[in-house]
Design a protein around this ligand. Structure first.
Ligand code: FES
Ligand code: FES
Length: 163
């Protein structure tokens, strides 16, 4: 066991973790944050994507013991996030939710993509989403949702007076 101290969704957390525990298991089993979903459990599907120090990472192949001093944000940590609110609405509107299982990872990745401004075209969105697999339906609704979110966020930014 190793003691770690980190922040999770803005809250200070101190815990003892086994050296082989993944970040996904830590969030789900130790903190009861079960919105982080596990699909492949070997870094391929993207379902377990969370932010660590604002960068998307795959929680299934990240060790909890390496999270000391880090800021982890899981899907439960976006309640006050304007961009995530818009993304959620657009996924609902464009029927991008589909199975729901991959959705936490999809929307966290989408938020990162939009923050980086790399969603100019549907083709770019599909390329950027290559690490988040949908095996139930297809990407049409998901890509449309991200396009809607891109346009809505751009419009919001345009309507915000410069300070
Ligand atoms: S569960 Fe982590 S990438 Fe698939
Ligand atoms: S939308 Fe989740 S696997 Fe297709």
């Amino acid at each position: 066991m190793t003691s770690i101290a980190l922040t999770v969704n803005g809250e200070q957390v101190a815990a003892d973790v086994s050296d082989r525990m993944t970040l996904a298991d830590f969030l789900r089993d130790q903190l009861n944050l079960t919105g982080t979903h596990l699909g492949c459990e070997h870094g391929v599907c993207g379902a377990c994507t969370v932010l660590v120090d604002d960068e998307p990472v795959r929680a299934c192949i990240t060790l909890a013991v390496a999270m000391g001093g880090k800021a982890v944000r899981s899907i439960e940590g976006f309640e006050d996030d304007t961009a995530m609110g818009v993304i959620r609405q657009c996924f609902s509107k464009a029927h991008g939710l589909q199975c729901g299982f991959c959705t936490p990872g999809m929307v966290i990745t989408a938020r990162d993509m939009l923050a980086r401004g790399c969603c100019g075209s549907a083709a770019q969105i599909r390329t950027e989403l290559a690490g988040n697999l949908c095996r139930c339906t297809g990407y049409g609704g998901i890509v449309k949702a991200i396009e809607l979110a891109r346009d809505a966020l751009k419009e919001r930014a345009g309507n915000t007076p410069a300070s």
